[in-house]
Design a protein around this ligand. Sequence first.
Ligand code: OGA
Ligand code: NI
Length: 341
Amino acid sequence: MDMDYPPRYPGQPSGVCSDDGIPVVDLAVLVNGDAWERAQAIRHLGRACQDWGFFMVTNHGVPETLQSAMMDACRELFSLPPEQKQEHLDAGPMDPVRVGTGFNSAVDGARYWRDYVKMFAHPELHCPAKPESLRGVAAEYAACTRGLLLELTAAISESLGLEGGLIAQRLDLASGLQILVGNHYPPCGGGPGDDGAVGLPAHSDHGLLTLLFQNGVDGLQVKHDGRWLLAKPIPGSFFVIAGDQLEIVSNGRYKGVLHRALVDREQVRMSCVSLIGPCLDAVVEPVPELAAPPLGLEFRGVKYRDYMEHQQSNKLNEKGALDLVRVATADTYSPAHIFFN
Ligand code: OGA
Ligand code: NI
């Protein structure tokens, strides 16, 4: 628990954490709290981003019925026969609709135990034609989660000591990319000595912020203080995962968190992701206010389209894509020009 601030009333916590220490951010306080409560909540959010890059958000305003409808529509898609998804199976990483297995089967040989659907949802919604229910649900879900992600972005901007609108403006979020992802992990493993299959290996996300909820089957792990921790959600909450663009724009103050997905031995695991990122044409670079001497720039500028295409076209390798835009120090060498110039 964050106890830096004296509680306003005896016993009132200044920040909340789940049993395993994962920070919990109450959106209602961020949006509707009085000035004192908001200041506390923003400080708590800043700590969550700095120490974890991962937190849960409660009282987020996205109806549970809409979460369920999104999950149901994805489940329906995964149960369609392959010929009904055929046209999206060969899609590349920058195609607006993509259905596939593994991470990028062209480079990982489909060795991860996962099916996915990815849809660009902003600036324009793209969606498979089947199941028919998907388009309407995806449109509503995208709009609702986008509002939440933009609120969080503004609060995160404030937590860095910046104007609330500054990150949104620098990354041109008004024209920003949003992607909806449905993940489906069939049960696997369970034999003697079998450690089970990996659904998605350790990675950080390429965007700014990722919102995720699951179907009640645990499996998402986050790396915190050098250890993998199973993320157990508060019912109805979302997980928020800080992405690489937050690390770049904050000049490394906030880090894109490493996470991975394990597969359950007996039950189907599913997750629904809504991710926002910069405008694909925006060049993302650290905010100068966060790179003033003696800090200096930790990252060079990179066009988000190039960054995303590189991250999505290669094997998922922890934070390999981000390392390519890190500014070289005396003892590191960063060959970003090979890929990004
Ligand atoms: C992702 C991801 C984890 C999960 O889609 O980027 O990390 O639990 N998913 O499905
Ligand atoms: Ni991820």
